[in-house]
Ligand binder design. Sequence first.
Ligand code: ZN
Ligand code: MN
Length: 474
Amino acid sequence: MVQTQTFQQATNGANTELESHNVKIGLEIHIPIKTKQKLFCDCPTNYYEISEPNVSVCPVCTGMPGIKPYPINSEGLESVVMLAKLLNCKINEKIFVKRKHYNYPDLPSGYQRTSEPLGVDGNLNNIGIWEVHIEEDPGKYDLNYKRVDYNRSGTVLAEIVSAPDMHSPEEARNFLKELINLVKYTNRTVEVGGVMRADVNVSIEGGARVEIKNVNSIKGMVKALKYEILRQKNLKSVGGEAKMETRGYDENQMVTVPMRTKETADDYRYLPDPDIPPIYLKEISEKIVLPETPRSRTKRLISEYGIRDDYADILVRNKEIADIFEEIVSHDKFMAEISSSWICGEVLRQLNYRDMEWNDEKNKLNKKILSDLFVLLANNSITENTGKKILERVIDSGELPCDIVEKENLRIESNDDVLEGIINDVLAKNQKAVQDYKAGNKSSVNFLVGQIMRNTKGKADNKKVMEILERKLG
Ligand code: ZN
Ligand code: MN
């Protein structure tokens, strides 16, 4: 019992220091790159679309002895150089591909082909990027059924290695969010089944660096980091010390568990791959036309649609949302105003309330639903109030707003006679508020409007209500 309390106290103490600068976090992020063929053979790369295992394979990507790789896939190479440039890296002129050795069923050759850095010394805002390189993805090994599928084996990955410049799980989350968004602006990544896999390095107070393997969502990373930082602080508070090791994150238990003590570069026995000639990057790099970035898009959205600066800034932070915005408004400035203010206001607020990102699979909103809702609002067919209620419902249900409006008769009430009848009724029943208003207490009009809205289930045309009220109250 006493022991439990001590542990608890230590945990609480550590919690307040979660953001301390003694915490250092670095990320190694793997991004699957979209290409027609694999990195060193001409097999198709549609592993995420097919369920039958081992059909998109050949002797190269299944590591048959003696087989020679094809020349490196130039499309993939170009995409990864583009990424490195977007991250402000210096592009190396000449690199070799190395073999990184380890034994696991997903890697039949016994080594992974991974390049020397294409780019180094970059940054994303204030976080350093140590390097960006290209490598082949291994296959998939199913631990439960002891089956292996090589459809993914040999497909193209970009690996981005950050400096350990982050000092809290929140900083790491912001960085990763921004990075993933930036990467999407290239339109060259595979976005099916989650865009990335990350390994997370974390150390506290100059202690040993612990690596957490295969984190595959931002939420998962934050939880893993919170757990791991507390674990290391607790260890320290009872006189222990974190040792250099690799741990796995167990998403269900929300804990990190030991996998193995960390391989050093030596353990991987890196060797230059003798089958692959050196790769020259200068010409490739010079030819690359960089895509629009979130920053340049912000400027364009402001000038093209006349929307507020802060809205433009919010929209571009999630490429899908900015895409949807542009598809909905198609150069109608009035729609642009309504769409940007609703997306950046109510839509994101509602998602946030549910702890959901736009890309969350539970989010049922899409372009069609939002466009339908914004048109109803723009045409003044429903009140803002009704719009908010509909939005709240369709996020989870995926219904079309105009269907709900018809089914439940939610159209705005703007018939003068109907409104006047309701208002007369409300005024008659609330003489005190009317007297207060006439005596100079102007805010009592809010109470009256509230009653009118209640009697119309929020459907009353606000502008008309105010007009009629003003006339009647004098
Ligand atoms: Zn192949
Ligand atoms: Mn890697």
